[in-house]
Design a protein around this ligand. Structure first.
Ligand SMILES: [Zn+2]
Ligand SMILES: [Zn+2]
Length: 335
C-alpha cells in the first residue's frame, strides 16, 4: 500500500509499506480522506520533532471504511467511520477525572502514533464512530475539526444571546463561529486572509478584516462593555496580546491555538475585569457525538469549507501551499 512518511522538517516522501495487521481489539480501515490541519503544519516545519518519529505517518483527521473489525466491536466491513485519534492510559489522574483526552501519557494517532496518511490503517474499534449516510466523504472528513469546535464552544459555555469574537477564521475558527452561532450567539470573526473573509461572509458571519481595529470594533459592537467570550485561534502574538482587552467583566477567554513560545499577555485586564481564561484542546467523546449530530442535521455547513483535494503524493506541496496562506480553507488528502 501507499503511505506518506515524515522524514524530518520540510520533507515528506510517499512510498510503499506493508498493510498493517490489526491487533485483536483493532479494526482495519481503508482510508478515504485525511484533512491537513494546523498541527500538521507545525509537524511539517519541524516544531514537533520531539513527538513525531522520523519515518512516521501523520494525519489525525481521517475518514474511512471498515475492511475488517473485531466481532464484538459493533462495526463490520463497509461501515463508514471517523477515528477519535487518541491513546490514553485509563488510570492516571486526568483519565480518572474524565479528561482522558488530556491523559498524562496521551499519544495522538498522527503525531506520536501512526496516523491516517496511508491507504490502510489499523485502529482500536473502541475509537471509531459511525458516519451517517447523509454525509458525503468530504463532510465526514470535517467531523474531527468540528469536534474540536464543539469542544471549544462547550468549554467556553457559550449561551444564547452571547456576543462572541473569534480571532482567526481558518477551519477551526470558522467552525467555532458556526457552532457558537448555532447555539444562539452573535458572532464576529477577525481574520486577515481575504479568501477566508469572503467565505465567512457567505455564511452570514460578521467579519473584522485587517484594516479594522479590533478593539474599536468591539467597543462599537458592545457599547463599550466587551464581548462575553473571545477565542484565540490564530497562534499569532498580536491576537494573544489583544484577546484579553476585548472581553467584558467576568467574561471568558479561550486559548485554542498552539502557542509554541511564551509571549506577552495582558494580565492586567484579567485582574481588572476578573476575566476567566482557559485552554481548550482536542475533544471528549461527547464532543464527537455532538459534532456528528450537528453535521447530520446540516446545522453547520461543512462542504463549503473544503477548498481542495490533493493526492497523497502531493502532501509536501499541499503543506507549502497551506503555509503560504493562499486562497483556501480546508485541504483534504484523497486516498
Ligand atoms: Zn487537527
Ligand atoms: Zn491517563
Amino acid at each position: 500500500m501507499r503511505a506518506a512518511f515524515y522524514q524530518g522538517a520540510k520533507t515528506f516522501t510517499t512510498g510503499e509499506a506493508p498493510v498493517p495487521v490489526p491487533q485483536a481489539d483493532e479494526a482495519l480501515l481503508r482510508v478515504r480522506r485525511v484533512g491537513i490541519c494546523g498541527t500538521d503544519l507545525h509537524i511539517y516545519q519541524g516544531h514537533l520533532d520531539h513527538r513525531v518519529p522520523t519515518g512516521g505517518v501523520i494525519g489525525h483527521e481521517a475518514f474511512g471504511e471498515v475492511v475488517a473489525a473485531p466481532a464484538a466491536g459493533g462495526f463490520g466491513p463497509g461501515d463508514r467511520v471517523v477515528v477519535e485519534p487518541l491513546w490514553f492510559c485509563g488510570r492516571c489522574r486526568a483519565c480518572a477525572m474524565g479528561a482522558s483526552y488530556l491523559c498524562y501519557a496521551l499519544k495522538i494517532r498522527g503525531v506520536e502514533l501512526p496516523g491516517g496518511m496511508q491507504e490502510y490503517w489499523a485502529v482500536p474499534a473502541a475509537r471509531l464512530l459511525r458516519v451517517p449516510d447523509a454525509l458525503a466523504d468530504d463532510q465526514a472528513a470535517m467531523i474531527e475539526p468540528l469536534a474540536v469546535a464543539t469542544h471549544d464552544v462547550r468549554r467556553a459555555r457559550v449561551k444564547r444571546g452571547d456576543r462572541v469574537l473569534v480571532f482567526g477564521g481558518g477551519p477551526i475558527g470558522a467552525l467555532i463561529a458556526l457552532v457558537a452561532r448555532h447555539h444562539g450567539a452573535e458572532v464576529a470573526v477577525a481574520e486577515v486572509n481575504p479568501f477566508r473573509l469572503g467565505l465567512l461572509e457567505t455564511f452570514g458571519l460578521t467579519t473584522v478584516g485587517p484594516d479594522i481595529d479590533v478593539q474599536r470594533f468591539v467597543a462599537d459592537w458592545t457599547g463599550g462593555e466587551g464581548v462575553d467570550v473571545a477565542f484565540e485561534v490564530t497562534g499569532n502574538a498580536a491576537a494573544a496580546r489583544a484577546v484579553t482587552d476585548v472581553v467584558r467583566v467576568w467574561g471568558t477567554v479561550s486559548i485554542v491555538a498552539i502557542h509554541a513560545e511564551p509571549l506577552p499577555f495582558n494580565l492586567y485586564q484579567l485582574f481588572a475585569r476578573e476575566v476567566h481564561v482557559h485552554g481548550s484542546r482536542l475533544y471528549a467523546r461527547e464532543d464527537w457525538e455532538e459534532a456528528i449530530a450537528l453535521a447530520a442535521a446540516g446545522a453547520v455547513p461543512l462542504a463549503p469549507l473544503v477548498s481542495r483535494r490533493i493526492p497523497l503524493e502531493q502532501l509536501q506541496r499541499g503543506m507549502e501551499d497551506a503555509l503560504a496562506g493562499g486562497p483556501f480553507m480546508k485541504v483534504l488528502v484523497e486516498l
